[in-house]
Design a protein around this ligand. Structure first.
Ligand SMILES: C[S@@+](CC[C@H](N)C(=O)[O-])C[C@H]1O[C@@H](n2cnc3c(N)ncnc32)[C@H](O)[C@@H]1O
Length: 401
């Protein structure tokens, strides 16, 4: 049996979080690792960040036989998600940020919980890398401090709420979605899409959630995708405007517009106002299916997480309208969680595809599928840029001759 020591980075509170993790690495043969490549990557990245989940639960037993540990992680994955969601619902991380950390009894008072429940929640949050412990005092980790404290510009809690209150209940019916090949949150025979005719409270949760997910994603996009030549950019189906906000922050001469359904206008303009960018981001209400053409006068069009909502035919219609709206030399940027061309991963993209099954009539497409449609629409040259962000793993830049 081998004993592997995993170094945990010192936290900002000066703790040395070095733990010894027992693993049966000398018995972990090639067969078992090749069965679980996605897990191996995930575990590596968790280890890099200083967290390792279920490290005491080996993937192979002392005799070298595969255990169901990986299945245990998969099936109990929602325990982690729901713990995070409950902590966000209680606004635990904002309380801890204001108080500068808390003991268990202080936390019980802050959160208005019984001591037993507080004890359980704080331990679980520490196990998930959301809190660290210094003596008797729990603190936010850098991760929760940056993304789970209300009011932070990159607050991610809105997406956590959206997943919890809107998306999780829908996923309870995922087998039904598979059998019927239809979304479970709306009826395609009665409604034109997921985006219209819904409960306004849920809709608000949806766009707020999308914004929280997209603002961190857009920041990476703005860093990785070279758009120095762009002067006027139209974000087609731009939602809460996260991409236009981050791109305007990065490129001071850029002027942009968000083109989206009229019911999104107020949500978007609130975000734009808060970012102080009303002079460089305008809202153009519209519908890319019923409008005969997209607005013109833009050298760059962006489609972020729009096409995965739609069928192959509808994707081609939208791409065709983008091509028609672009001038010579113009660029269409598509950013999504692209599925690999051989359709065997990556995990985030394939699971987003499952999410599209539950909620839409689309799926997550491969770069090869997009290249085919872009070629058919008359784009001259397509460049792929790979990078990793919460809601995208790259971009395709398609240029008009
Ligand atoms: C998954 S969201 C992506 C939002 C944004 N691009 C982002 O990455 O944060 C899809 C967006 O497409 C918009 N949309 C849906 N149908 C549309 C239509 N027919 N015309 C214009 N926009 C539409 C929705 O309102 C929504 O904002």
């Amino acid at each position: 049996m081998a004993m592997t020591s995993v170094e945990f980075a010192p936290t900002r509170h000066g703790l040395t979080r070095e733990k010894t993790v027992l693993r049966w690495l000398d018995r972990l043969d090639q067969t078992s690792t090749s069965l679980i490549p996605a897990l191996a990557v995930r575990e590596e990245s968790l280890t890099e960040k200083g967290f390792i989940m279920h490290a005491s639960n080996p993937l192979v037993n002392p005799s070298g036989e595969l255990t169901p540990a990986h299945l245990m992680r998969l099936v109990s994955g929602f325990w982690a998600a729901k713990t995070l969601a409950a902590a966000v619902e209680l606004d635990l991380f904002s309380h801890f940020a204001r108080a500068g950390g808390a003991t268990q009894s202080q936390a019980a008072r802050l959160l208005r919980l019984e001591p037993r429940a507080t004890d359980i929640l704080l331990s679980a949050c520490a196990g998930l890398g959301l809190l660290s412990k210094d003596g008797e005092v729990y603190h936010n980790t850098e991760l929760s401090d940056r993304f789970l404290v209300r009011g932070h510009p990159y607050y991610f809690g809105g997406f956590v709420r959206m997943i919890d209150v809107r998306n999780y209940p829908a996923w309870l019916r995922v087998a039904e979605a598979l059998r019927s090949n239809r979304p479970v949150t709306w009826d395609p025979s009665e409604q034109s899409s997921i985006f219209v005719g819904e409960d306004p409270v849920l809709l608000d949760t949806f766009w707020e959630g999308m914004y929280c997910l997209s603002i961190t994603t857009a920041r990476v996009f703005a860093e990785c995708v070279p758009l120095e030549q762009s002067r006027r950019l139209l974000d087609v189906g731009g939602g809460g405007g996260a991409y236009t906000i981050e791109l305007c922050r990065r490129y001071p001469d850029l002027h942009t517009a968000v083109y989206d359904l009229p019911l999104v206008s107020d949500i978007t303009m609130k975000k734009v106002k808060k970012a102080g960018l009303t002079d460089r981001i305008k809202m153009i209400p519209g519908d890319f299916f019923s409008d005969p053409a997209l607005p013109t006068g833009y050298d760059t069009l962006l489609l972020s997480m729009v096409l995965h909502d739609w069928s192959e035919a509808e994707c081609q219609t939208i791409i065709g309208k983008c091509r028609a709206a672009l001038p010579p030399g113009g660029t269409l940027a598509i950013t999504e969680l692209f599925v690999d061309d051989d359709k065997s991963g990556p995990l985030d993209a394939t699971l987003m595809g499952m999410n599209m099954l539950v909620e839409t009539i689309g799926r997550n497409y491969t770069r090869a599928e997009y290249r085919r449609w872009l070629d058919k629409a008359g784009f001259a040259e397509v460049t792929a840029i790979d990078f990793n962000a919460p809601a995208t793993n790259g971009a395709l830049l398609a240029r008009v001759d």
